[in-house]
Design a protein around this ligand. Structure first.
Ligand code: ZN
Length: 103
């Protein structure tokens, strides 16, 4: 199987995870990498940060800097647009779940 296709599918799942957690409360990179690891995804900051940035650029997340233990940390939170997208995506996930997994 084409590796780029596998990667594309998994990265889409990662975006959904990010949006879900960013809608529940603000998140930051390392925390999200650990959370995704818990779900079986191994991501480097070099993969996750461009995802954050593209989602900020598209208006789904907003970022805010905060100094934590003397270091600048970037927090991300879902915008109203991001929450609307999540709602749409949830409908698609439900539909997909019925189709692919069944009941
Ligand atoms: Zn999660």
């Amino acid at each position: 199987m084409d590796n780029s296709i596998v990667r594309g599918v998994f990265l889409a799942f990662v975006r959904v995870h990010v949006l879900h957690h960013a809608a529940e409360g603000r998140i930051f990179g390392l925390e999200m990498i650990e959370e995704l690891h818990r779900h079986g995804y191994t991501l480097s900051p070099g993969t996750l940060y461009p995802i954050f940035h593209s989602m900020v650029k598209a208006g789904y997340l907003r970022s805010a800097d905060e100094v934590v233990n003397g270091k600048l940390r970037k927090y991300y939170e879902a915008t109203a647009k991001g929450r609307r997208l999540l709602k749409q995506v949830k409908g698609k996930i439900r539909e997909l779940l019925d189709e692919v997994i069944g009941d």
